[in-house]
Ligand binder design. Sequence first.
Ligand SMILES: [Zn+2]
Length: 285
Amino acid sequence: MQLGDFEITPILDGHFRLDAGSLFGIVPRVVWQNKVRSDERHRMRLAIRCLLIRNGKRTILIDSGQGNKYSEKFRERYTVEQPVTLLDNLRDLAVKPEDVTDVINCHLHFDHAGWNTIREDGNPEGKLIPTFPNARYWSQRGEWERARQYSTQRDQASFEPNDFLPLEQPRWELVEGERRVLPEIELIPVPGHSLYTQAVVISAADRKVAFLGDLVPTVHHIPYAWIMAFDLHPVETLATKRRILPRAVREKWICVFDHDPDVPAARIIEERDGILGVIPAEEFA
Ligand SMILES: [Zn+2]
């Protein structure tokens, strides 16, 4: 869609699958199983959705998908489907990796930072180099530090060090708190999934598009209590949703969902007394 000077395009990097019970935390199976499809291994098929923002001067990628550095074992465990990759989809939009000026990582888990790096010449033993050689990479400083040093047994498996360790300074723009990438593009901390995860809000022509990252990974996560068991700080996720979602309703944000297999984006509405609902955004239909 066009938003002022910005062309905004959701881009997939394929799909993967995660345990559906874990995706809905404390919500009982008898409740979620009426709303989502799960496979014979009780997993839900999820999109891996990134967002491309272009204004003629900057080519900004929000999140970089699952990449291509994973092993066969990993591919099997998560049933990775990637008939076309993020890079294929960028090529179809006439975007070359060297054209990308900025990569904003909402956080640094393997399904959000996968194409940050690539093996040189496609050689599986090759040196790891930035996929986007001219890009500045944006992360919250706390997320980058945790990913490098402080991950715990609970979230270790979510990080692939090859996604971020080979990117040496000064490639990183490490942000502390709120920050504008451009006057119209704002990074907003949305703690919960990890303490230092961030969302991106683009404001132009009196409208706003928001990439909420794993704060609200699918439309099913709009109700306040539907919080992933993967979240390191679920009570913090709840507080963040209580702060951010009423603002999304008030300001009529078009919210992009990073993992929803069916609904790329929607407006969140208040149906009654704080109960939230959703209207799919025809701009991204
Ligand atoms: Zn994710």
